[in-house]
Write a protein that binds this ligand. Sequence first.
Ligand SMILES: Cc1cc2nc3c(=O)[nH]c(=O)nc-3n(C[C@H](O)[C@H](O)[C@H](O)COP(=O)(O)OP(=O)(O)OC[C@H]3O[C@@H](n4cnc5c(N)ncnc54)[C@H](O)[C@@H]3O)c2cc1C
Length: 436
Amino acid sequence: MFEPDGITQELAVRLKAFMARHVYPNEARYYAEAEQLGPWGVYPVVEELKPLARAEGLWNLFLPPHAGETGLTNLQYAPLCEIMGRSLMAPEVFNCAAPDTGNMEVLLRYGTPEQQAQWLAPLLAGETRSSFAMTEPEVASSDATNVACAIVRDGDDYVINGRKWYTTGATDPRCRIIILMGKTAPDHPDRHRQQSMILVPKDTPGVTVLRPLPVLGFYGVPDRASEVLFDNVRVPASNILLGEGRGFEIAQGRLGPGRIHHCMRLIGLAERTLERMCRRAEQRSPFGTALADQSVTLERIAEARLAIEQCRLLTLKAAHMMDTVGNKAARAEIAMIKIAAPAMAQKVVDNAMQLFGGGGTANDHLLSAAFATARLLRLADGPDEVHRNQLARFELKRHRNTDPRETGGDAHVLSLEEVKQRFAHLRPGAPGYPWA
Ligand SMILES: Cc1cc2nc3c(=O)[nH]c(=O)nc-3n(C[C@H](O)[C@H](O)[C@H](O)COP(=O)(O)OP(=O)(O)OC[C@H]3O[C@@H](n4cnc5c(N)ncnc54)[C@H](O)[C@@H]3O)c2cc1C
């Protein structure tokens, strides 16, 4: 089921070869540069590899078919994204990294030709990077209707005031554009029409990147989380995306593909972690027995294999549905995989850390950065609980619309009369009483 087609297979062969030749051998350098240059730096190794990937046609593979151009479907992209996800540095090398892919899709779908020429073209060329600023420190942003940043019309401009954090990528010197979500109509009776999205060039006066934020102590890799202040930031009214009050609609569209890309990458990360775990299990023998012969190890390896396969199938199903019935109809599947994949990857990496012993907590075996990645993805793009609630509501609604007589799914409470009739014989002394 979901066998990769010829195009996908051919690209997969080339991607794997590129990973073996250029990515894996350079990972130690990548982490060293990240540590040395920090979250405000550009890591030379990535910039060196990008032109090679582009020259080999392994570039912007995330792009869906658009405006008469060819592109890969979600189902075609899934196995390729998985291969890239095996290394935390790879997605950027192939210009397929978050948050740029989501932002590029927004510009592609909702941007005007002028906005696309100015902001999308350099992103597609890998010359610039971008950020997405929705979350705010002062409100519970998992409920996006709480987002309070003010976007106020003033003549031909909008003036923006607010504080954002976890704005991934804002410390990156290549980041030129921020897609910001705020409120243009805070009093609109429909809570989902209060928000708008607007393009804010990072060099606009009043935009200050206040600080990089560590993720479980890591700065820069695996995530350039940042806190950003917007203080009387003035941008032309034409920077609004799609129109006032359409922010929620864009957010829904943006997060669908973005969420599933994260899941595809996590499957690759878990797959590689399992491979390393198996090798290590055969190399080390505490108390005279190879780790690979300990039942606890066998159990953990088997559980990891099971969980990875389950998540991969669910991801492919979600991708297939997005391609065939659309992102909206695939919402339940997207929610399911967004819950399942980070938890799966976190558990696989956690068990690998245990098997690797003390060294598992350093990044020598790439495990601590992998753990941070899986863990942060239980929050980024919406915390687990929010997706679970949404999924449960879909489920409740689904059963509201089915006939329990056809499905046998009735939750009918027996009436007193029914109990009396059906169970009278179970009372001692009653005719037909079954027990002596
Ligand atoms: C590394 C990293 C990168 C990120 N990148 C970005 C980015 O680029 N741009 C951006 O805008 N945001 C980004 N985020 C922010 C992320 O999307 C938010 O942290 C997330 O949506 C939760 O919002 P919050 O932090 O305000 O938590 P809150 O809304 O305060 O929620 C706190 C906790 O409450 C619980 N909770 C929430 N709702 C429910 C519910 N309905 N039922 C039960 N429990 C619930 C959950 O456990 C949740 O974690 C990133 C986060 C991280 C960690």
